[in-house]
Design a protein around this ligand. Structure first.
Ligand code: G4P
Length: 195
């Protein structure tokens, strides 16, 4: 997605060979026009798939996921990283290990909000090692619902997540795929932008 790649080059900051700072438009300050385009792009790719729900993980996945759900005209379901006091009913849970943060988080979704009939599009901001997306697919599978695909805003293609999810048969669509971040410069994967 051209506008996103331009934004990454102009406003992103390479913090190390592994970490890209995007807090001017994606995960701290958020660019609503860009989120609208991201939502349209995901929605156009999955419009004829019979999606009934968009699922993301709080917090930075919410902006692109909300715009996608809006465009598709379906609800957005946000998996929580802490069980809120109001979430007293039965929940689906999965454990998500973050290699970046070296910590394990438990994620929660109310069982009443995910049904066997649902066909779910998972959206997240970053794909690194794929553990968050995998945890979300696990929750969808526990409910008996199906995963239509996984939409990622920025995939760090030099990490293992994309390969892991694709090898498990999930359709992964990434709007920007970063090949490397050496010498403070972002290099994008040249071939197909998504598959
Ligand atoms: P994985 O799910 O693909 O295995 O990724 P990982 O555990 O490595 O990522 C953990 C957190 O770090 C996620 O946010 C993810 O969005 C974020 N992250 C990963 N790589 C980058 C990067 O290069 N730049 C930035 N800015 N973030 C990155 P989170 O802990 O779930 O936080 P949030 O969604 O509440 O913001």
């Amino acid at each position: 997605m051209r506008e996103l790649m331009k934004k990454i080059v102009e406003e992103g900051k390479v913090l190390s060979e592994h970490v890209l700072k995007v807090d001017r438009f994606l995960n701290h300050q958020v660019d609503p026009q860009l989120m609208k385009k991201i939502g349209e792009t995901f929605a156009n790719a999955f419009r004829h798939e019979g999606i009934t729900k968009v699922l993301t993980l709080e917090s930075s996945g919410i902006s692109p996921a909300l715009m996608t759900a809006y465009e598709l005209g379906v609800p957005l379901l946000v998996a929580r990283k802490r069980k809120p006091v109001t979430l007293s009913e039965d929940v689906y849970t999965a454990k998500v290990y973050s290699f970046t943060k070296q910590e394990e988080t438990e994620i929660f979704v109310s069982q009443s909000l995910l049904r066997r009939q649902d066909h779910v599009l998972i959206i997240d901001d970053f794909l690194a090692n794929g553990q968050a997306a995998l945890g979300l697919t696990n929750i969808v599978q526990q409910s008996g619902a199906s995963v239509a695909g996984i939409g990622i805003v920025i995939e760090k293609a030099f990490q293992d997540g994309g390969q892991l999810l694709r090898s498990r048969g999930f359709r992964v669509m990434s709007l920007a795929r970063i090949a490397s971040m050496r010498d403070g410069k972002v290099q994008f994967v040249k071939e197909v932008m998504y598959q």
